[in-house]
Write a protein that binds this ligand. Sequence first.
Ligand SMILES: [Cu+2]
Length: 153
Amino acid sequence: MRTSLKLLLALAALALSAAANAQVEAKNVWARATVQGQMGTGAFMTLTAKEPVRLVGAASPVAGVVEIHEMAMEGNVMRMRAVERLDLAAGKPVELKPGGYHVMLMDLNRTLKAGDRIAVELRFETKDKKQFTLPLEAEVRMTAPGAAMPMKH
Ligand SMILES: [Cu+2]
């Protein structure tokens, strides 16, 4: 009896975490390469949520501080600023890309070289205020996937 209850609880927990992870799909996850001494860079991806959720935070082992940023025109200057959250509607892909929303990695503890892979964890909140995390692996690149590559000779 005890064992079967434990098993049942374990299975329930597994089902719950699987459901939470399946709520948001991330594609084309990448981070921009840095030069030595550079303290900040952006991570980008396309997020599609199965149900309405909001992105409320992020973390990465390579960055002391991680924020959700947006780029916006202030007068005629493009500036970025931190936002508290980014709402995702059900089934509607939201692109985090250079010049728009991005995950800002700050206080970097190392140089990110093209070809490296770094962990980035996103934190979401559902409508009923339940939080869940989505662990991702970002490929470090010079340019966005699919962007024009320099000519090779
Ligand atoms: Cu930024």
